[in-house]
Structures are given as structure tokens and as C-alpha cells.
Design a protein around this ligand. Sequence first.
Ligand SMILES: Nc1ncnc2c1ncn2[C@@H]1O[C@H](COP(=O)(O)OP(=O)(O)OP(=O)(O)O)[C@@H](O)[C@H]1O
Length: 312
Amino acid sequence: MVENGKKLVELKNLNLVFNKGKRNANKAINNVSFDIYEGETFGLVGESGSGKTTIGRAILKLYDKDIESGEILFNGSDVRKLKGENLKHFRSEAQMIFQDPQASLNGRMRVKDVVAEGIDVNHLAKDAQDRTAQVENLLQLVGLNHDHLTRYPHEFSGGQRQRIGIARALAVKPKFIVADEPISALDVSIQAQVVNLLKDIQAQNGLTYLFIAHDLSMVKYISDRIGVMHWGKILEIGTSDDVYNHPIHPYTKSLLSSIPSPDPISERERTPIVYDPTDETDGQEREMREITPGHFVFSTEAEANVYRQHLK
Ligand SMILES: Nc1ncnc2c1ncn2[C@@H]1O[C@H](COP(=O)(O)OP(=O)(O)OP(=O)(O)O)[C@@H](O)[C@H]1O
């Protein structure tokens, strides 16, 4: 939930190019601007390669050298300019949870050491006893227990491994977490459990999330607001209700129409809408325009007026 209307993350006209100046240069992010408010979950959706992960990692300062122009602010400070103590502080305030817990957890380390990595790096434990106590609390928070401390990641199921990944991210008491497809690798039956765990932890600790997903079905339940990405651009931003129940951009409509329905009758009647990207390639100047309060769509002024008329 947006608690106090304070912006924690601000992206301002971000342009990012991989392999700048080379033959294989790739403009992965094209003039993207949006804010994430303290305490909210901002969902970022779009097909593979649209630039979602790049945005998450850019916020975490992992792509500083690839940023061509624009700004990323965290708590009002330009993340690219952070140095010394401020940088250290930022590194603990902003964390990431990964898609594939198997690949992101060091298989040679016991769970207690995996989870304590951030505690050790940031000297957050007074002594060995305090370290163990902190790790035990974290495991308890994510639904694991004392017996799991000395086991190795491969001894766990996918869902449990993701819980370990979450505990590890929480160890440094972050304010902000980029959750990059945290449930995509999990069985459908486990996905809701992990989403609910993330929601509970958010409610307890007032965390802010950037929740990245290419599949829209679960994002709706966790996100307060959602940004829809395509080809490095944001095409629509609105509340979860705006985007799901009143989608405006043809791409959003197409994306929503591709979600299979759990109900066999609706599923039989579902007609996927094919997206025609001409609107993005006709050379006309487009920008994010507000169609209804808080609901923005990448459009020309004329298109925005048509959208507004249709919603009346
Ligand atoms: N480190 C990198 N070097 C060069 N190109 C990259 C790098 N990371 C991503 N890209 C390219 O940038 C574009 C955006 O990729 P990104 O991973 O952000 O998309 P995504 O929406 O997160 O997709 P997915 O759902 O598959 O993770 C793609 O064209 C990708 O090939």
C-alpha cells in the first residue's frame, strides 16, 4: 500500500544502452520515467526482453556505465553518485530476490551462512551467538526452522529455496526489494504461498517492492500499481485495477488476453488479441499522458483524447 505518498525510487527519462558504440549496441531502456512510493508494490510486466530486469538492476546500480542519460533517485539521491558510507548504506537498503533460487544460492554453503552473508559483510552481528539468533529469526519469518540451519540449498524444494533467498535479502533489513520473477520457477501451487509471504513481510516491515513478472496472473494480487513494458518503453501505468479491469493501450489488452482462464468455459471463449505495434513505429511523437487520474498511457495527444472519449 502507498502509505505516505513519499517517493522512494524515481526514474527520470532513463535511457540505457548495452554495448554502447559497438555494432551490437542495444537500446534496452528508452526514456522511461516512473516513481515507486514508499510502502507500495510496483509491478513491472511485459514480454521477455522488454527491459524489466534491466530496470530492476539499473536501480540497484548494476548498470551505471550503460546509462546514457536520465536519472535514478533513491530516497532523493542520485544512485550513480553514491560513494563511501552512503553507497554502503544504499547496498543494504536495496536488495534483490532472484527468479531461480537454485542458481542464486551458493550450493557449497550451508543455509545459515547463505542467509548470514549480508550480516557478515555489513558487520550486523555483535558476536556468533547474535549472528545465529538473527539467522534463526529470519528463517522463522520465512517459514523455515532451526533444523534447516545446517543443511545445504540442494536439500530443499524450489519453494523452500526461494524462502531462503528471501531470508537472505531480508538479513540486512532493506527498505526496498527488487523481486525479479521470484515465483516463475516455482510450481503453481507454491506460487501463491511465496506471494503471500512477500505480502506478509511487507505488511510487517513496511517494505517497498519492485515486482517483475512476464506473466500477469499473479502480479495483480501483489501490486498496488503496474507498469506495462514493451521494447524498452513503458506503455501504460496505473493502479492494478486500472490496468487489469480498464486497460487502454492495445499492447496491455493483448497481454491480458493471453492469460489463460482457470474456468474451462471462459477459457474456451477467450480470444487472444494480436498486438499490432504500428503505433510504436509510425514515427509520431508519443509520451505518457494521463487519461484518468493516475492512469497514464504512451500516446499522442490525439490518441489520448480518443482514449478519454471512450472511457466516458
Ligand atoms: N548484460 C547485458 N548485455 C547486453 N544486452 C543485454 C544485457 N542484459 C539484457 N540485455 C538485452 O536488453 C534487453 C532487455 O533485457 P531484459 O533482461 O531487461 O528483459 P526482460 O524484460 O527482463 O526479459 P526476461 O523476462 O526474459 O528476463 C534484451 O534485448 C536483452 O537481450
